[in-house]
Design a protein around this ligand. Structure first.
Ligand SMILES: [Zn+2]
Length: 667
């Protein structure tokens, strides 16, 4: 790991409300028809160029298309006159028309009519014939209308601020959002914009970009929160011409509002409130991707126009398999007690299949508590009794039924969760040794703990359960591989990060390291799903997706130092060529990543198939989400994680930092 100077910035105070500044404007919808705000009975204070009024949900927000203009037939202060005019329009013109109201700031209600299926030849004359002399078309024809449950229709040519009553989230189509809404007219489209506090916004981003149940590590989520906040700050004001800052799709960063929130990502946002990553005093271009495949990439190779000194390829240990080196050769399969007896034999310098008498004498010799050689052969009870004595352990009286030595030993090992099976037929050779290992654990001479395999800068490590930090594992190791039905000694093993391990130690010395393959643990790890992938494309499929009929060959013309394909040329039989550079290679081939090799084969029908073997998912530039999860597992804090993936950056408080050209939006 490169040296990182943690800056330990103090997070900003949390917002008291979702509408406290600094605010961000998120584009939720862009529609040329309509958007529903479905909550019945919800009151909205709607402020437009005509002033403020209350509307009642459900609301329908519509684009007012040119060609289906509203015709204003009159304006009245008396509600009865308004209703009479509406009734006359409905009965005179039929059900296919739309009747609308608009309340003016002067207290008048304008009544309007519209023919959604197309206007009659002379609407003014038709309306005059019904008594509405002087009716006129609303000249603009465009804009938006907001129709509420009470029959009110508000129209606007520019923007309507919709402030929902109450603190609970506002519903828009299928989603729920904190803060307030702005409806904006741009050309012949309506834009629906969610305006809210920056931190409230991030609560709906972090869990979508990095799932807290898939990556349950607070420091990794905090790193993601800072990256997402930095991205948002860097893009504030980018779409001022349309009245918004950031979109809600992965094209900007994914935002799903209140419905996506999760307590752990909320905590990550709160504990980093206001913190962003800067380089040379400016918020960085905080690119991130899912799985880099073992080494992140220089932006210069994939996105030349986004090259930055801090977007530099770095090793990403978590994405790589871990090599464990054993101290012996591969051994035969043994039962669990066979393995324990082997370990006890090594620890106590006992011969294989040592007799109970020899085992007791040797344990007593080591602890100094033995009573000398046994008088005659020991059965399981007398052996267990003598073994417990030789380590100075006796169960509290009254806890064990009867006085049989074997019951006492099994009671105690069970109490302390030390694995020891009762002696059974066929285990006579190994059982005394296994029992000896168990009593050494009882005495605390041998310590057993569990954890999972993690990469460490110097090689392999273990992340013990209930520990805050990963620890190095020695090279070589007394290495064992265990499945449900037994264990065997291994000369070496390759494991994925997250594989469960069990470790036996005396003092600082590791006397046994068991890789647990059973129990559906790390080997089937969902986190590793994108480390390796295979995609196949038939030749005709490639011709189509590359737009190269008559494709003759496909050549990799460039690779970055991390191995990513950054240049690809397709050659057709008639000599035409097409080339792709950088990230366009991934787009052209529709692959998860550009870190791949390709092989050509033929299927049984002779069709040429290109097989792409790859690693990683995303683009590999900037922060690697799987890698940062792993670094957090190994005990790194979020500033250190950010410093690993973004070379030379500083973590700082956004609003106290002098950031050129970027200032938070004020309400
Ligand atoms: Zn990675």
């Amino acid at each position: 790991m490169p040296a990182v100077v943690p800056t330990s910035p103090v997070p900003a105070p949390l917002p008291a409300s979702d509408l406290d500044p600094p605010l961000i404007r998120v584009l939720l919808k862009r529609s040329s028809s309509s958007v529903e705000l479905p909550q019945p009975g919800r009151a909205y204070r709607a402020t437009s160029e005509q002033g403020a009024e209350w509307l009642w949900g459900p609301l329908t927000v519509r684009v007012r298309n040119v060609g289906t203009r509203w015709w204003q037939v009159g304006a009245w202060a008396d509600p009865a006159a308004v209703e009479a005019a509406e009734a006359r329009l409905q009965s005179g013109l039929g059900v296919s028309i739309a009747v609308g109201r608009e309340v003016t700031s002067g207290g008048l209600t304008r009544v309007r009519v519209r023919w959604p299926a197309g206007e009659p030849a002379d609407p003014a004359a038709l309306l005059a014939g019904m008594g509405f002399v002087g009716s006129f078309a609303i000249a603009d024809g465009g804009g938006v209308s907001l129709a509420d449950a009470a029959g009110n229709v508000l129209t606007s040519q520019s923007e309507v601020l919709l402030e929902p009553s109450g603190e609970w989230p506002v519903a828009v189509d299928g989603g729920r959002y904190r803060g307030r809404l702005r409806v904006r007219v741009v050309g012949d489209e309506l834009l629906l914009i969610n305006e809210l506090n920056m931190e409230s916004y991030l609560r709906g981003v972090v869990p979508v970009e990095m799932g807290p149940s898939q990556f349950p590590e607070l420091e990794a989520l905090k790193a993601q929160a800072v990256a997402a906040r930095t991205y948002a700050v860097a893009h504030l004001g980018d779409h001022d011409d349309e009245g918004w800052d950031i979109c809600d799709t992965p094209a900007c960063q994914a935002y799903r509002g209140f419905g996506a929130e999760h307590s752990l990502s909320d905590r990550a946002v709160a504990e980093t409130a206001g913190l962003i990553a800067t380089f040379a005093g400016e918020p960085i271009d905080a690119m991130y991707s899912s799985t880099c495949g073992g080494h992140t990439e220089d932006a210069a190779y994939l996105f030349p126009d986004r090259a930055q000194p801090y977007l530099r390829g770095v090793p990403c240990l978590w994405d790589r398999p871990i090599e464990l080196v054993g101290s012996g050769t591969d051994g035969p399969w043994l039962s669990t007690s066979g393995m324990s007896a082997t370990l006890a034999g090594e620890l106590l310098s006992l011969p294989a299949a040592a007799s109970p008498e020899v085992v007791v004498a040797r344990v007593g010799e080591i602890t100094g508590l033995g009573r000398g050689p046994a008088s005659g052969p020991l059965d399981a009870d007398r052996f267990s009794e003598a073994l417990l004595e030789s380590v100075g352990v006796n169960p509290p009286t009254g806890l064990v039924d009867g006085t049989r030595g074997l019951d006492k030993l099994l009671f105690l090992t069970d109490l302390y969760k030390i694995p020891l099976d009762p002696p059974v037929e066929g285990s006579a050779d190994s059982w005394p040794g296994a029992a000896a290992l168990a009593v050494l654990e009882l005495r605390g001479d041998v310590v057993r703990d569990g954890g999972e395999a993690v990469p460490r800068p110097g090689g392999a490590g273990i992340f013990p359960r209930r520990s805050a930090h990963g620890e190095d594992l020695p090279i070589p190791l007394p290495l064992w591989e265990c499945w449900d039905n037994g264990c065997r000694r291994r000369a070496s093993l390759t494991v994925q990060p997250g594989t469960p391990l069990e470790r036996l130690r005396t003092g600082d010395r590791v006397v046994g390291l068991m890789v647990l393959r059973s129990g559906g643990g790390g080997e089937a790890d969902r986190r590793s799903a994108w480390r390796e992938w295979v995609r196949e494309r038939s030749w005709p499929e490639l011709e189509r997706s590359l737009g190269m009929p008559g494709l003759q060959k496909l050549q990799v013309t460039g690779r970055s130092p991390s191995g990513r394909v950054i240049g690809l040329t397709a050659v057709a039989r008639d000599g035409r060529t097409r080339s792709w550079q950088g990230f366009d290679v991934r787009r052209a081939l529709e692959l998860p990543e550009t870190l791949f090799d390709l092989h050509l084969r033929r299927d049984p029908d002779g069709v040429r198939i290109v097989r792409f073997l790859g690693r990683g998912w995303g683009h590999g530039v900037g922060l690697c989400q799987h890698g940062s999860y792993g670094l957090a597992r190994s005990g790194m804090r979020f500033e250190q994680i950010l410093g690993h993936y973004y070379t030379g950056i500083t973590v700082t408080r956004w609003r106290s930092a002098a950031i050129a050209g970027k200032s938070p939006a004020e309400p």
